[in-house]
Design a protein around this ligand. Structure first.
Ligand SMILES: Cc1cc2nc3c(=O)[nH]c(=O)nc-3n(C[C@H](O)[C@H](O)[C@H](O)COP(=O)(O)OP(=O)(O)OC[C@H]3O[C@@H](n4cnc5c(N)ncnc54)[C@H](O)[C@@H]3O)c2cc1C
Length: 381
């Protein structure tokens, strides 16, 4: 394995499978999904049939027990569709709403939810953010009160990806006192009486990753739906943010590659003052700068993926990779849009949409400010 190219023949074959799927099943229809606001259930079933929804999960539940390079490849290839919303929706299913189930779910929960999610039969979402708190996860107010064999849940969540299509939500709830030590993680079926998707949210980008607010009123859920131990949820959430952050790195790497390809094609074709744009030194140097930073972003991401593969806790490296790639993808989008001139501002050019889609990268899965906090703390500052 070389850090310049860590991918084996098997990894490259998997990349081709995903790329073909994107060409055949996603690209011809995705514009419609951007209008409706959701990726259709049928796509998840097809991904399930191909074994793509359980890449790193136990074979016992239908997973493939593969390393994280496969997950990174999946993210890159989904982003190469030039519609980041599809990637966000798919990865919510196969990483964000299932990772904690695999690691902390009881046998019963894994058989009921994880196995069905890996097949694409049940769709999941992740409910952490609330109207009053996002970055400060330890301050959530949604409560789960234990009454005999059930929890009674009350509260509200917002910004929840795939909430519009989900059959279950991994919900962060308060079971104990104030602060991170009172948070638990529980599986709530979305057809539970008292549970409602109160409002679909209109967003700046990633339009087909249905985002909504949830209201939870006196929802009764079996106590056996708790993940792991009561009041240990904050730790589970923080651990699982690591995979989610690398997912965003994968999207950023794929998106940057296609943006650069599009910029080079456009800049070679479009002449200004008698010469193709890319022949001007100002653009050649700007592109050289971007390519240099993109290589650095890729290597930082690879470092973090390798740590995850070796089961090392690597919050610092992952936060560095997330901070750097999320910031850079916005810079690349800005430069590539500028190179397209007025056409970059027109919807018929992909850069127009990608520019909007990547705006959320420095916010989702932990903001840039939170990444800097983690890096500083882990560096003893
Ligand atoms: C497209 C999209 C999809 C999302 N999907 C989901 C989902 O599926 N499930 C889910 O639970 N959430 C989801 N989120 C929510 C996301 O996780 C939060 O938006 C994010 O964690 C930030 O929280 P917040 O928006 O409440 O901002 P706040 O926490 O209120 O922060 C506001 C600003 O203050 C800064 N800030 C916060 N703390 C500090 C600090 N200590 N020092 C300095 N600055 C600070 C932040 O960086 C930010 O700039 C999604 C968000 C988006 C945009």
């Amino acid at each position: 394995m070389s850090f310049l190219d860590p991918f084996t023949t098997e990894h490259n074959m998997f990349r081709k499978t995903v790329r073909d799927f994107v060409e055949k099943e996603i690209k011809p229809q995705v514009e419609n999904w951007e209008e409706t606001g959701d990726v259709p259930h049928e796509i998840f079933r097809k991904l399930g049939d191909l074994g793509i929804l359980g890449l790193r999960y136990d074979e016992k539940y239908g997973g493939s027990e593969l390393d994280f390079w496969y997950t990174l490849i999946l993210c890159e290839e989904l982003a190469r569709s030039r519609y980041i919303g599809v990637g966000v929706s798919v990865m919510m299913q196969c990483e964000m709403s299932t990772g904690a189930l695999q690691d902390y779910g009881s046998e019963e929960l894994k058989e009921k939810y994880l196995a069905a999610a890996i097949k694409g039969e049940l769709l999941g979402c992740l409910g952490i953010s609330e109207p009053n708190t996002g970055s400060d996860v330890g301050a959530i107010r949604t409560t789960a009160r234990r009454e005999g064999d059930i929890y009674v849940i009350n509260g509200a969540k917002t910004f929840i990806t795939n909430a519009t299509i989900a059959d279950y939500v991994l919900l962060a709830v308060r079971t104990g006192g104030q602060g991170p030590g009172g948070v638990s993680f529980i599986v709530v079926p979305t057809d539970t009486p008292g549970f409602s998707v109160s409002r679909r949210l209109k967003k700046m980008g990633v339009h087909c990753s249905g985002t909504a607010e949830l209201i939870i009123e006196d929802c009764q859920v079996p106590a056996t739906n708790l993940l792991g131990e009561e009041n240990a949820g904050f730790r589970y959430i923080m651990e699982h943010f690591q995979g989610e952050r690398l997912v965003l790195c994968g999207f950023a790497l794929g998106a940057m590659d296609v943006m650069l390809e599009d910029a080079l094609a456009y800049g070679r074709d479009r002449e200004v003052f008698g010469r193709p744009i890319v022949k001007y030194q100002v653009w050649r140097h700007r592109l050289a700068d971007l390519m240099t930073k993109m290589t650095a972003a890729r290597q930082l991401t690879y470092l973090a993926v390798e740590a995850i593969n070796n089961r090392q806790r690597s919050d610092r490296e992952i936060s560095m990779a997330k901070l750097y790639t999320a910031t850079l993808v916005k810079e690349v989008a800005n430069e590539v849009l500028q190179m397209h001139g007025g056409y970059g501002y027109m919807e018929e050019y992909p850069i127009c949409r990608i520019y909007r889609d990547v705006a959320a990268f420095t916010i989702g899965a932990g903001t840039n400010e939170i990444m800097r906090e983690i890096i500083a703390r882990q560096s003893g500052l």
